[in-house]
Design a protein around this ligand. Structure first.
Ligand code: 5GP
Length: 473
């Protein structure tokens, strides 16, 4: 056996051992990257998977490359060597000059010269890719391409095995905890999440929430240097999530005050240094409220237990609803209006609103699944409209707009049916918590960042029949 064959045999021996070990996903994939790098005497390697929308690539394992390079920013599946995802094995002589390099400056900083990329295919479909980098210029030979294609095939089978294991583990856990109350999203027996290495369980829960609403997310795609000393980075910040559709970075924080202060400081500094970057800090109470919304907290014992404070009295609500009805009636005078509500929270508001309208209206309802119903791992229409809305004037009526994810989903769904116009009316607007900035035409009340119940709004099915709106303790 010559030296090259020996190296290849050793690399495959190591890869076989790694993929058959109980290592966590990131370690396993990074281990394969290390063996592949040594096998081809390269400088580094990355393994990336397409996100569900197939627009971006998530790095799920790497070797030999700096953190700063790996977190250089979102990797666009089409802009960055899109031909690999079309199924080609691509060899690049000079990545610094090649037009398909999405971040050429970072390639220069990392001193990368040549690249070899191969698609990872599962059942004929490309799901991601493996890339190998060198720090000296190199023309890859056919046997080297064969080597990387084989590594890509091994990775495809390994990832399938990991996904199957994750799924079986979740099924097993949910069988054990069937009688237990669900306390978090990750208790739900759902489809496995993408093979990310989340730093904290709350991040995984948050990713599930985003998946559910089909909001595209990338986990830690970019690091921002915050301080340097003689050109050396001394402080860096990597926000947890990036939502490419709305160009927003999100950092989640846990309850520890010291951490919150530190993160607040970093977020402030990042805003100063990178004024074009949109970033939000989401603290523990914020996402606990998101979870509470799906009933993952224990409600009180009777109708009023658990209500800490009255926010809007029955009289205040009724007065405002009358005004809204008057304004909407005026705006739609002479036109045929269909009011569409999302069940069930909108029940009281919809009924009071239409009773106070002075023009004829048609009403219809939709029901969409919530995470706790766990119909699937993405939001689903459980009850569709009975009315045809093409070329009609539609007013979406909502109880409360919080992050904006529900409204955004429903508006996309409705606008695909080509209504003549589509406007939005919400009784409550929790504007401070907005993640997706949807336009709202009529707002009853702007409410603070508190979890509210009553007048149709519930927690775990309770409190809907309160005539006022209160804040949970
Ligand atoms: P979004 O998708 O905007 O985050 O949330 C919208 C939905 O979440 C609302 O239709 C409502 O069902 C629920 N929601 C949001 N905030 C609250 C709240 O404070 N109290 C209750 N009971 N539900 C809320």
């Amino acid at each position: 056996m010559d030296e090259k064959e020996n190296r290849y045999a050793l690399a495959f021996k190591q890869i076989a051992r790694i993929i058959n070990s109980p290592l966590p996903v990131k370690k396993m994939v990074s281990g394969v990257c290390a063996s592949a790098t040594r096998g081809l005497q390269a400088a580094g390697c990355t393994v990336m998977l397409l996100n569900p929308q197939k627009e971006y690539l998530d790095i799920i394992g790497a070797y030999g490359l700096s953190d700063m390079y790996l977190r250089k920013g979102p990797i666009n599946a089409r802009k960055s060597y899109g031909d690999i995802l079309e199924g080609a094995t691509v060899a690049v002589d000079d990545v610094q000059l090649d037009k398909r390099t999405q971040y050429p400056e970072q390639a220069v900083k990392e001193n990368l010269k040549s690249l070899l990329g191969a698609p990872i295919r599962q059942k004929g479909e490309v799901i991601g890719e493996v890339r190998l980098y060198t720090r000296v210029k190199r023309r890859f030979k056919p046997h080297e391409k064969d080597f990387l294609v084989t590594v890509a095939n091994i990775l495809a089978v390994t990832l399938e095995k990991i996904e199957l294991n994750q799924y079986l583990n979740k099924q097993h856990e949910s069988n054990i905890s069937q009688q237990k109350k669900l306390t978090s999203f990750s208790d739900l027996p759902m489809r496995p999440i993408r093979p990310m290495n989340f730093g904290h369980p709350s991040e995984e829960e948050f990713a599930r929430l985003l998946d559910f609403y089909q909001v595209e997310w990338l986990y830690e795609p970019r690091s921002f240097p915050l301080s340097t000393d003689n050109g050396r980075i001394t402080e860096m910040f990597t926000p947890d999530f990036y939502l490419p559709e709305i160009n927003l970075f999100l950092e989640l924080t846990t309850a520890r005050q010291s951490l919150i202060t530190e993160k607040n400081h970093k977020v402030r500094k990042l805003k100063e240094l990178y004024p074009d970057i949109n970033i939000r800090l989401l603290n523990k109470s914020d996402y606990l409220k998101l979870f509470a919304k799906y009933g993952f907290i224990t409600p009180g014992e009777n109708k009023m237990t658990g209500i800490g404070r009255l926010l809007l009295s029955k009289t205040q609500i009724q007065r405002r609803v009358k005004l809204l009805a008057k304004q909407i009636s005026r705006d739609y005078q002479g036109r045929e209006l269909i009011m569409v509500g999302i069940l069930k929270g909108v029940l009281c508001f919809m009924s009071d609103l239409m009773l106070n309208m002075s023009i004829p209206v048609v009403i219809d309802f939709m029901a969409i699944s919530t995470l706790d119903q766990q119909v699937d791992s993405a939001v689903q229409i459980l009850k569709d409209l009975d009315t045809e809305i093409g070329n009609k004037h539609v007013l979406m009526v909502e109880d409360i707009v919080d992050t904006g994810m529900t409204l955004n989903y429903v508006l996309n769904y409705l606008s695909a049916r080509n209504p003549a116009s589509l406007k939005v009316c919400t009784l409550l607007d929790k504007r401070v918590r907005r993640l997706i900035d949807v336009h709202i035409d009529y707002v009853g009340f702007e409410v603070p960042d508190e979890f509210v119940v009553g007048y149709g709004l519930d927690v775990a099915g309770k409190y809907r029949n309160l005539p006022d709106i209160g804040i949970l303790e």
